[in-house]
Each structure stands twice: as C-alpha cells, then as structure tokens.
Design a binder for this molecule. Sequence first.
Ligand code: ADP
Ligand code: MG
Length: 396
Amino acid sequence: MNIHEYQAKQVLKGFGAPVASGVAITAASEAEAAAKQLPGPLYVVKSQIHAGGRGKGKFKELGADAKGGVRLARTIEEVVANAQDMLGNTLVTAQTGDAGKQVNRLYIEDGADIDKELYLSLLVDRSVGRVAFVVSTEGGMDIEAVAHDTPEKIVTVAIDPATGVTPADAEQIADAYGLTGIGREDGLKLFPILYKAFVEKDMALLEVNPLIVMTDGRLRVLDAKVSFDGNALFRHDDMKALRDISEEDAKEIEASKYDLAYVALDGDIGCMVNGAGLAMATMDIIKLYGKEPANFLDVGGGANKEKVTAAFKIITADPNVKGILVNIFGGIMRCDVIAEGVVAAVRDVGLQVPLVVRLEGTNVELGKKILNESGLAITAADDLDDAAQKIVAAVK
Ligand code: ADP
Ligand code: MG
C-alpha cells in the first residue's frame, strides 16, 4: 500500500525526522488560508498523487510550456493561482504511464533554501536479507539516470537487524554524503530515526529524494515516498487509515474484496491461475511466445465458484484484454469447481474474446466434461506450452 507524500512526512515527523511545515488541500479555495499558516516568503505547491517524477511531469490539459507538478511560489497570490491551475488536471510523469493521474490534492509547503540535494532510500535488500540504506550524493529528480550511468555514485549500507543502525553505520552513511558540521550531526540523528520508522511500521520502501542540505547547513526531508508491506498491514490500523483508494486501480480494489491476489499489468492476455508460482510461470510463458499478460491473478488454493466468477468478471471488464488464459492445477482446488465457475461467469458476462482453458489435476475429466458440454466457445489445452501457444495464436 502506498501513501501520499504529505502523509509520509507526517509519519516520519512522528518519529522525529525534520520536515517542513505544510498543509494539504483539496480545493483551490483553501489555498490562501493554507499558505497563510506558513512562514513564507517561499512556498511550494506540490501535487499529491501516488507517483514520483512530479516535478518534471506535465499536465495534460495545460500546454507544453506550463510548469510541472511541483511549483515554487513567492507570494500567497501565486500559491492560489498555481492551485487553481493544477487541481483537477491530469499529471503525466515518468511513473504514471501515458494516462497520467488526476491531481485531487495539493500540499502547500514551506519553501526551503537548498544547498545540496541528496538521495536516500531504505528497502529490504533480499540478497543479504537485511534492510539497507541506499544513498547517493546525486539526489534530486534524476536518480534513475544516476543508477544507470554512474552506479558507482550509489552506496549501499545494509543494517544488521540485531543491532539496528550502529554509530559506525551512521558515520558510513554520513561519509558517503560528505556531510560535515551541523548537517553531519543532523544526519547521525536522522538515519536511525528513518530505520526505526521503516521497521516499526513494516515499510517495504522509504524513499527520500531529495534529502536536502539547506543553506544554513541543516538537513531536511524534502520529499518522501512510503510503501507498506501489505502482509503486515493488519497490525497497523493507523497506517491503513491513510489508504487513498481513489489512487488505486479499480480492478485491484474489486479483487481485494474477494481476497484475490490481483495485479493489473499492461499486456492484453488476461490470466486466471491458481498459485503464485504457476501464475508467474504462466506470465513467463506468454511472454516467451511473444505476448504480454494483462494481469497477474492468483485465485488461491481454496477458491469457490463465487471467487472464480468474480475473478473472471474482473478480467473481462478490462478493455485491454484481447484473450483469456485459464491455467489451473487442481490440487486442493478441484477442476470441476473451476469449470463450473468459468461456465457460470461466461453465461453471466458473455465472452467477447477467445478463451483457452488448461486444467490438470483433481477431477480433471469431470472439469473437461463440464466445459465441453457447456456449448461455449472454449478452447481446451493439454499442457502449459500448448495453452500459451493457443492463446497467443488466438489473440494475434
Ligand atoms: P518529485 O520527486 O515527484 O519530482 P519532489 O518533492 O522531489 O517531487 O520535488 C521536486 C523538486 O522540487 C525537488 O527536487 C526540489 O528541488 C523542489 N522542491 C520540492 N519541495 C520543495 C520545498 N519545500 N522547497 C524548495 N524546493 C522544493
Ligand atoms: Mg522527489
């Protein structure tokens, strides 16, 4: 689960991290009052969407010369004018895809006098099984280019879970940044704070880009992106309350109601599979035969007819889907239950695109019989290879 920048900053502030003061608004009429709560004379108007790259983003409705999704303002009037210009429009950034995201919320923030922009993130480094800091002196809006062109400018410091951030770890990070004086003191305090927030709140990612050194030498968290580990959200009701479902994929929300593991993707072959491993293999083999999956969908081991029907409806409701591949291995799950679910769903929503079904396992003969006798245009497949080739051919 992702949250907005202003929420992430609120969370980090609770742990003692230095963030600017700011006010979130959802209507331009609130902009003046929001700005008046800040010291000035520099303000920043920041689009709140669940995607990065906002500064360099472009609004669809505004001309190519219009400013991006993060704007400096030097007067309260400018704050108001920018809020009117931005709210309700669609921001396209390197991370949103071409469709962009509608800006329904702005964060009006105190402007900082920036001396340096640094990069910091915390993530779970699976290669060492530890939470790691990833840091670079080259922070700001182009970290992807830094990682690509000059990877030696990115330093990783993995943290031992038994000790947390030791003074030596903090010094190592401060050295990587070349911090001195008061900025170094701020950093030595900040790094353990960020680690604590990450671990206590079960974050999957915490990215501060940029972490800035201000002209007075102090550090400040200027941007913050936080994702939580969905499997641990049950023990963080306070974080769950920060969820903004208007930012999420409608199909994924629908799937979560039925406890289906569903991730929308960009391709055109809809997949219904049981078991995450088989779902991954199915996606791989579709790619192998030259097409892209439209989704990842694991209906789980104990799916009933209702769940299968819901899953099928979610897939068919996606206008990008040009063909559907059902690939089920009936272990705990019985093939006849899947077949009944597929037939019921097709009867319910109709079938506008080719459907290939590969069943294997418990009650497979009964499952095939149900499909064959349904009178529906379903192509049966014998194995994974056969199934992938058939659906790719049908879509092409
Ligand atoms: P994004 O990463 O989505 O582009 P950021 O929050 O990182 O958004 O903002 C982009 C850039 O805008 C920053 O790198 C920084 O230069 C500038 N900026 C953002 N917030 C402030 C602020 N409060 N004061 C001054 N400059 C800011
Ligand atoms: Mg940023």
